[in-house]
Structures are given as C-alpha cells and as structure tokens.
Design a protein around this ligand. Structure first.
Ligand code: NA7
Length: 535
C-alpha cells in the first residue's frame, strides 16, 4: 500500500486514462512495482473531465476500445455507433474493476515535478500532496488534450453569473433551463455542446471567432446484429486498424483524384458519403488533404450544405468557413449543429472582426454591445500536446527543463523519448500519430512498445535508454517534412500551436500514418532499439 510519503518503485505512471490504465496493466504483467498518480478523483482521463452536454467520441464505438483482452471485447457492448461520454467513462471504470487496477493508483494527486538524478539513474517524482517517489522509469500518460485553455478576457472576475470550461465540467451537471447562456468557441467541443445547450437554454448566444466545417455524425443505436458481427470479427477489425492511416476504418478505400472526375460524379460521391455520416466525405479521394484544388471541391460542397441548412442567409454566411482547407483543423462531427441556428432562441455573434472586449458584471461585451448572460461556457479548447507535459516541472540530465529544451517546439525521437531525459517515456507524445489517429489504437501501440522495451532492457541487463542526438534530429526533420507535404500547415489549428498566444508554430503530431509509424517503431526495436543509446 502506498503510504503517501517516501517510496521507491520501478515505474511511475502519470495519468489514469486510457493510456495509464493499460500501461499499469502491462507493467504489472512484467512484475514491475508501479505507482500511478491521477489528478482526477477516479479513472477516465479525458472522459473523467469532459462531462459537458453533448460530449461524445468521434470514433466508432467498436473501434474506440482496448484490444488487449479478448474477454473484455466479448463482454462489453456499446449502445451507440459513437459513444457518449458517460458510456466511455463506464467502460473505463469497468476495465479498472475487471483488472483490479485501482490499488496502484493514487487519485486526487497531481505530479508537480519529476527530476532525473544521473548518479542514481533515478527519477524523483513529487506530487502536490507532498509525496515523493523514486522510480527507475517515468511514463507520462497525461493525454494530449488535458490542459484547458481559458483566454484571460478582461473583467472575467467581475461576472456575477456562472462560468464553466467544457474540459472541467461539474460532475453534478448544469441546468440551463430558461437561462441566458453564452458559449465561446466553435471547435469540436462547442459544436457538440451548442445543439444540446440550445434545447435547454432560454436564450443561447454563440460567440464565434472562426467558422468551422462540420460533418453530420448520424449517430444511432447499435443493432444486436451489428454487436454480434463485431464480436465475431474483432480480430480482423483490429488488424485493419493497426495497419490503417488513422487507426480507424470506415470501410472506404479512397479512389483516385478529385480532379480527375466530372463535377456531377464528384457531387454524387460527396453526397453519398455525406449521407453515410461522419468523416466519410474526407475519404472520397486520395488527394483531398494534399492538393488545394481537390480540397476546395469538398470545402465548397460543405459550404453549400451550410447554406442549404441555415435559413437566415446572413447567419449562414457568418457560419461559412473560408480561412482554412477542409480537414486541416480537427474536423468536428455534429448532431444538428447547423440546424440549431434556425431556432428562435439561438443567436450567432461574430467576434472575428470585433473581438470579445471584456466580460462584464452582467455578461459579455463585443462590438460595443453588451450581451446580458446568466452563464458563460468556455469551449475554448486546450494547450495541446506540450501543455500537459509543461505543467509538470520535468528536468533531465544537468537539470535541463523539458520546457526549455522544447522552447522552439517539441523534440522527440518517435514521439516516445527526448534526448537528455533518460528512461522517460511519453505515451502519444508529440512526433507520434496521436491526435491524428483513433487514440486507443495509438495508445496500445505505444504502451506495448514501451513495455517490450523495458522487458528487453531487463533481459539484456540494461539500465538506461535515451535517444541519440542524430536520431532525434532526423525524426524531428521527418515529422516536419511529411507535415509540409500536406495541407495541414495552412490552418491556424491547435495541431500547430496556433490557439495559444506565444506558442511556437510547429506541426506537432506525426502525419505519416498509424500503420507506417507502427512498422517504423517495430523495425527500430527489432534492430536492438536503433537510434537509442542503451547503457
Ligand atoms: P478547439 O478546437 O481548440 O476550439 C476552440 C474554440 O474556441 C475555437 O472556435 C476558437 O476559435 C475559440 N476560441 C479560443 N480562444 C478564443 C478567444 N480568445 N476568443 C474567441 N474565441 C476563442 O477546442 P475544442 O475543445 O473544441 O476541441 C479540442 C479537441 O478536443 C478536438 O479537436 C477533439 O480532438 C477533442 P479560433 O478557431 O481559435 O478562432
């Protein structure tokens, strides 16, 4: 039992979401002593914190789950094609119970620092409760989107109403019935929350800075036949996901260039895939993410959809994105998002040219006008990928801070390790497919790679691993090179740090594809962890 004071273990894992739970399971299998620290009051990570109305996963439920236990696969049944937050949280609780994981997790405890001592080859991990733990290995399972971004508008403390951030939603829920609510932000989160809040609120004001493309999810209940089919074919499904570009399958094989077909055929294809739901239209042609002219055909198709759904032409115009190629920001998926603007109790406020000036005692002021509100919802996103790591004072050899080393952008080898920080492993770190993929697939791949690496080190009597300088430099260059081959860098997205003032503009996830990346990681391991220094 962890006594909350001084302690020594083989590994410390930070976080008890999808990654931390599975990493703990694997470390236990290796017979390693482990302590997991979790800031939340229970397991779940993202799904513990993001309890906002409408919170739902944009991956198919059968694909958004662990594959490591065939028994778990067979006993769990998802109820909808896209799982809602409460169901995913129930799933993760079930996993924690089923594998008896909670006994090595300390909840309500945030890791404040982790310092590496080269002489002892140990990490000293300190928490906000004052506990100190020494560990040979430090594994971050902190998630990519877990540090909420709350812009500091002047006057925020003067507001007399209630203020919420979607990523820190009250567990008891919020009753907006009859209230005047303002939502700031129209990313994936705002687009999920706005239709649900609109149904409850007396009046809803949406403060939009940048219009977004969104695809109708067409979420529905899973049928008993589909459940049976999934259970019978899990093995094949997982193999497809592991080899796929995004760790997700729609069963669509992109066909040729969007520029080589007639306008009528393109329209028919887009229409069919739009009706199918989700991101299917993005898979219509092979060049939608690499050729601007091809991309613009799909963007135009969605712009016309917005014009056809939203009845007021002026509102439709403000909702129409023109500043980025479609799919280059994380594409939102919705249920009645654009339709919501036809409701009499919903008002869209354009804060692009007249930014939010201040939060006042009574509400929010923009464009010289004050909107009186009872509640303000910040759907303003996260300091992605590096934010959760920088929140911890991580120091490697010579006392070097991770934050300092990465001041010009993250530097990793394979997105798993960073030179100068021996025995520190990052699950879905920057430079790995992570947020460009169906997370559980990438998480399992990293956890298994890390666990195999630790086993290899034990078998070969090795105590320390860190990337070689040249290998890291080459990987960073490769990550940039493949990103620049795509249209992704053209958008001001959180992928590139554009949502956080002062953050370096570097494309952080690896765009080369889950299947290719997995193969690369496997080759590195097979060659005795090529590119790493093992001592
Ligand atoms: P996002 O995608 O970062 O969206 C945040 C939204 O908040 C976006 O519309 C922003 O407008 C808006 N925002 C942020 N700061 C401001 C200020 N200062 N004024 C006005 N509007 C602002 O976060 P989400 O939570 O929706 O999604 C994050 C990921 O979580 C999602 O992609 C999934 O992977 C899960 P902007 O576009 O910057 O002009």
């Amino acid at each position: 039992m962890f006594d909350g004071q001084s302690h020594a273990v083989d590994a410390v894992v930070i976080g008890a979401g999808f990654s931390g739970l599975y990493q703990l399971y694997r470390l236990r299998e290796l017979g390693m002593t482990t302590r997991v620290f979790e800031a939340g009051g229970d397991v779940g990570g993202t799904w513990y914190w993001n309890r906002y109305p409408g919170a739902r996963c944009d991956s198919f439920s059968a694909q958004y789950s662990y594959s490591f236990s065939p028994e778990l696969e067979q006993e769990w049944e998802w109820s909808e094609t896209y799982p809602a937050q409460p169901e995913i949280l129930r799933y993760l609780n079930h996993v924690a119970d089923r594998f008896d994981l909670r006994r090595e997790i300390t909840f309500n405890t945030r890791v404040s620092s982790a310092h590496y001592d080269p002489a002892a080859n140990r990490w000293t991990v300190t928490t906000d409760s004052g506990a100190t733990v020494a560990a040979t290995y430090l594994i971050t399972a902190v998630g990519c989107l877990s540090t909420p971004n709350k812009p500091s508008f002047p006057g925020i403390d003067d507001f007399k109403g209630a203020v919420y951030h979607t990523g820190l939603w009250p567990h008891a829920g919020v009753d907006f019935s009859g209230r005047r609510v303002g939502v700031i932000g129209t990313g994936s989160t705002g687009i999920q929350a706005i239709p649900v809040i609109a149904e409850q609120a007396g009046q809803l004001y949406v403060f939009q800075r940048t219009p977004n493309f969104s695809f109708p999810a067409r979420n529905r209940a899973v049928t008993p036949e589909e459940i049976a089919e999934t259970k019978a074919n899990y093995h094949e499904l997982r193999a497809i996901l592991r080899a796929s570009p995004g760790g997700l399958t729609y069963g669509i094989d992109p066909q040729g260039s969007a520029l080589e077909v007639s306008a009528e055929e393109r329209e028919r294809t887009f229409e069919g895939l739009w009706n199918r739901g989700g991101w299917a239209p993005l898979l219509a042609y092979t060049d939608l993410q690499i050729n601007l002219a091809a991309n613009n055909h799909l963007a135009d198709f969605v712009r016309r959809k917005i014009a056809s759904i939203v009845k007021d032409p002026a509102t439709a115009r403000v909702l129409t994105p023109t500043d980025h190629p479609i799919g280059t920001k994380r594409p939102p998926m919705d249920t009645n998002y654009f339709e919501t603007y036809n409701r009499p109790n919903v008002t869209l406020v354009d804060v692009r040219n007249a930014p939010i000036e201040a939060i006042t005692e009574k509400g929010l002021r923009t464009g010289g006008k004050e909107y009186e509100l009872d509640a303000i919802v910040f759907a303003t996103g996260f300091d992605a990928m590096t934010g959760p790591l920088f929140r911890i004072d991580i120091r490697g050899k010579d006392g070097m801070a991770l934050k300092e080393k990465w001041a010009g952008g993250p530097k990793t080898y394979l997105g798993i390790q960073s030179e100068g920080f021996p025995n520190l492993f990052m699950i879905t770190g920057p430079g790995s497919p992570s947020v460009l993929s169906n997370m559980p697939v990438s998480i399992e791949q990293h956890v298994e790679w890390i666990s195999d690496c630790l086993k290899y080190m034990r078998e070969h009597d090795l105590a320390r691993i860190e990337p070689l300088h040249e290998a890291e430099e080459a990987w960073v260059a490769h990550v940039n090179e493949v990103a620049n081959y795509t249209l992704y860098p053209l958008a001001n997205s959180w992928y590139i740090g554009a949502n956080i003032p002062g953050k370096p503009r570097i494309f952080m996830p690896y765009v080369g594809g889950v299947g290719n990346y997995r193969q690369k990681c496997a080759e590195v391991a097979a060659r005795g962890y090529e590119g790493f220094a093992l001592t």
